[in-house]
Design a protein around this ligand. Structure first.
Ligand SMILES: [Zn+2]
Length: 372
């Protein structure tokens, strides 16, 4: 296909890794949908030879993924809510946030993060396009507008509510198909002396850890600090600091401000690490596909052995990355036969998804790869 880079508009002709075809991962099927056809989309990740942004073309529109039925509620994860609480504590101390401050979060989900700012008496606003999770945020006292953030909506919000001292866009940058419009939205929201915070999985750690299961259609872009800084610079946002986090297999928390700034020593250190790993050249990204094949072959060996021995294989958490892992390994539609009825099922591999409090019924599910 003839796709253009979402950062610099150069043609995308070079493959980073091709994971074949896969269905959208956060869509779960009802029992009555199991015999119906499903849509599969290519998971073919490209790298831009000009700006080095690693990216999936937006084959699945954001409006198709982030719907009113969007199934991911951040507050279901206790550890993630605690992570958000520590973030708010850190930012309040670092930026001196208090009763006179205004904090806006893009993709604020169900208010998992902003609730901690509300508890500190800080004025907040969530921006969350998915109706169901936005309703959950309002129910816990987090005012929320249901729109996608872009230049137009960011400008509109700033005009009505005033510019924000802190704009939080943690774990959203990777999910944005129109990257340039989104960073212009961040700039429109933030005060001239304010701060933007972004968290995203670090491509360096994804490659090091062979974490190819974090590649799915909701993740349009895979950033190094270098490419994230280049994206922010298009909207006059300069990186001032960065922190390495253990979340999502190794993430970066980037702080940026309007205008140009002298970056911290940590920014220089992370950029140097990326350079050493070869990630500041297009050739340095080569070889990942071979590593992925080795992991996939090992997983298939394990599953085939388990299937031959009559063992059951269960996953915990039914995350989107499980979908990539199983579909890439060729666990097709016949791999799991669920004895359960009142449940939802992952797309593609049709593994039944159950709550962690569920008791195990008689006749356990079996997972194994199919050869068809
Ligand atoms: Zn590019």
């Amino acid at each position: 296909m003839n796709a253009a880079c979402r950062l610099c508009a150069a043609p995308l002709t070079r493959t980073f890794v091709d994971l074949g075809m896969s269905p959208p991962c956060e869509s779960y099927l009802r029992p009555d949908q199991l015999d119906e056809p499903e849509s599969f989309y290519a998971l073919h990740v490209r790298i831009c030879e000009r700006c080095l942004l690693v990216q999936l073309p937006a084959l699945v529109a954001a409006e198709e993924i982030f719907t009113a039925d969007y199934a991911y509620f951040s507050s279901y994860s206790d550890s993630w809510v605690a992570h958000a609480g520590r973030f708010v504590d850190d930012m309040a101390a670092r930026l001196g946030l208090g009763a006179a401050s205004f904090v806006v979060e893009a993709a604020s989900n169900d208010g998992y993060l902003l609730q901690h700012a509300v508890a500190r008496g800080i004025r907040v606003l969530g921006v969350e396009p998915c109706g169901g999770v936005a309703d959950a945020a309002r129910a816990r006292g987090v005012p929320t507008e249901s729109v996608f953030l872009g230049e137009r909506t960011g400008t509109d919000i700033a005009e009505r509510h005033g510019p924000a001292d802190l704009v939080v866009a943690n774990n959203v940058l990777a999910h944005v198909p129109d990257l340039l419009d989104f960073v212009r939205g961040l700039r429109a929201l933030v005060a001239d002396g304010g701060t933007v915070s972004l968290e995203f999985p670090h491509l360096l750690r994804l490659i090091e850890g062979r974490q190819y299961d974090t590649i799915y259609h909701e993740h349009y872009s895979y950033f190094t600090l270098r490419t994230a800084a280049a994206a922010l610079a298009t909207a006059d946002l300069g990186v001032v600091d960065v922190e390495e986090l253990s979340t999502h297999g190794g993430s970066l928390r980037v702080l940026a401000r309007p205008g140009e700034h002298r970056p911290s020593e940590m920014v220089e250190k992370v950029l140097a690490d990326e350079r050493t790993a070869g990630l500041h050249t297009v050739e340095g990204h080569a070889g990942f596909a071979r590593e992925v094949f080795a992991v996939k072959a090992g997983l298939l060996e394990f599953l085939l052995t388990a299937a031959r021995e009559g063992r059951s294989v269960a996953g915990y958490g039914a995350p989107g990355k499980g979908n990539t892992l199983l579909n890439t390994a060729g666990c097709g539609r016949t791999c799991c036969r669920s004895p359960w009825t009142a449940t939802r099922t992952s797309t593609g591999c049709t593994c039944p998804a159950r709550t962690s409090r569920s008791t195990r019924p008689s006749g356990s599910p079996r997972c194994g790869p199919t050869t068809s």
